[in-house]
Every structure is written in structure tokens, then in C-alpha cells.
Design a protein around this ligand. Structure first.
Ligand code: GLN
Length: 245
């Protein structure tokens, strides 16, 4: 199958090797005989809503978020339609914040979001930095990654978090939760990049995109020995932080 990926603002939102997530998806698709077709969707580019199986957006500093936020709002209806149509979406950190209703940055500037995820974010004076370990009970798995954000994300009461924080700050350093899931849209603060050290989650996103492309979401297992070791190293660093801080 061909899996069509829309990479939003690759030139603006890409820190901590976030674009590495695309490389992992491409390799894991190729290993199962599928092909990832990645197209960049930048400033003033239209969103071919029905033609994309997976949208991806990385993280960025407040400055880059301010540069793309108003352009992203122009794409909001098409992106919302795509998510309601069960396209997959992976959004990391700064991109995650802009999928909510708004992000009020460190300078107090309120950047509009596109309201796909039921949340909003307000930057605090201190940054939340370090390795993170999440318990994703919905999948019976853990996620390990790295966070660096000033934003404190507040989920709506009925919103579904991506995971419970075992070690790290997570969305706001208080709620004990990290990220957010809505349909096949996943938002998270976890950089690293995230997917090389969390192969089960890479396959989850890939399976969602494959199903949207009309394919079978069942994926043959891969050896993943190195990936499991990378997960354990990352999880070990998070555990060394000792709890939620
Ligand atoms: N600029 C945002 C913040 O500080 C997001 C940072 C990021 O993407 N790592 O919260």
C-alpha cells in the first residue's frame, strides 16, 4: 500500500530530531512492503484533506510557533475534516500545543490553535525538561521520551490523555497525565525523536494510517531488539529522575 503523509511546516517545526519520526515510519512501512509518500505542507499550501492518511507536525520554539500559527488556522477546517474522517495525526510538543484551542506563550502572546484537541496551553516561567516515562494503560504499554517545554497544557475534563506520568512532568507537572488522544489524533510533548524508542506506538500510528488508506491494519511483527534496548535506556533515565518532577 502507499501511505500518504502530510508533513506540516517541516522547515519551521522540527526540533530534537522530530523529523526522525517520519524516517522511522517510512522504514517500518517498507519492512512490511508498504511505501510512505511524504509531502511537505508549508505556508499558504492547501491541505488536500481526503488525500492524506497521516498528518505529522513537530515541535518548535515560541518564535517558530508564532510564525506558523496564523497560517495553520487557515488550514483548520480541512485538518478538522480529515481527523473526523479518521485520518491519523501525530503532533509533537509545539505542534501538539497548536492542535488545541490556543497557546499563550512565554511573552503572554496568545497564539490561536485549530481546536482539534480538547485542551489549551499557557506557558509558565520555568521550563519542564528531562526524560519522561508514561504508562499507556489503553495499550498495555509504556512510552519513553524527552520533554522540554514552558507550556502547561490543560486537558478538558472529558479529554483522553495519551498516558499517565510515571516519571517526568507531562502536560503540566501537576495533573499526572501527558498528551492527548482524539480519534486517531495523538498529541504529546515527547521528543527524542519519540518513535525509534517506542516501536509499538510507531506501529499504532502506522496501522491507523494504513486503515485510512484502505489497507489492513494488521502489521507483521519486526525484531525490534535495538528499539527495545533504546526504550529501556530512555525509561531508565526517566526512572532515575525519581517520580513526577
Ligand atoms: N515553545 C513551546 C514551549 O516552550 C514548545 C517547545 C517545544 O516544541 N519543545 O512550550
Amino acid at each position: 500500500m502507499k501511505i500518504r503523509v502530510g508533513h506540516l511546516y517541516p522547515d519551521y517545526l522540527n526540533i530534537y530530531a522530530d523529523r526522525g519520526n517520519i524516517a522511522v515510519l517510512a522504514e517500518r512501512a517498507r519492512a512490511r512492503g508498504h511505501e510512505l509518500e511524504v509531502r511537505a505542507i508549508g505556508m499558504r499550501d492547501p491541505v488536500p484533506a481526503g488525500e492524506i492518511d497521516l498528518f505529522y507536525v513537530g515541535g518548535g520554539q515560541d518564535r517558530e510557533q508564532a510564525l506558523v500559527a496564523h497560517d495553520l488556522v487557515q488550514k483548520a477546517d480541512a485538518l478538522r475534516e480529515a481527523v473526523e474522517g479518521d485520518a491519523a495525526f501525530l503532533a509533537v510538543c509545539g505542534g501538539y500545543q497548536l492542535l488545541g484551542r490556543f497557546y499563550r506563550d512565554v511573552a503572554g502572546e496568545e497564539l490561536p490553535g485549530i481546536g482539534i484537541l480538547p485542551l489549551h496551553t499557557i506557558a509558565g516561567r520555568t521550563r519542564m525538561i528531562g526524560d519522561v516515562l508514561l504508562d499507556c494503560a489503553w495499550a498495555g504499554q509504556t512510552l519513553a521520551g524527552f520533554e522540554n517545554h514552558a507550556g502547561r497544557t490543560v486537558l478538558d475534563p472529558d479529554a483522553e490523555p495519551l498516558g499517565r506520568v510515571v516519571d517526568g512532568f507531562g502536560n503540566d507537572g501537576e495533573s499526572g497525565f501527558e498528551g492527548c488522544i482524539y480519534r486517531r489524533a495523538y498529541g504529546t510533548y515527547l521528543h527524542g525523536p519519540l518513535l525509534p524508542r517506542n516501536p509499538w506506538f510507531a506501529d499504532r500510528v502506522l496501522a491507523d494510517a494504513l486503515e485510512h488508506a484502505g489497507g489492513d491494519r494488521e502489521l507483521d511483527p519486526l525484531p525490534d531488539e535495538l528499539e527495545r534496548q533504546a526504550h529501556e535506556v530512555s525509561a531508565g533515565r526517566a526512572r532515575a529522575r525519581g517520580g513526577r518532577r
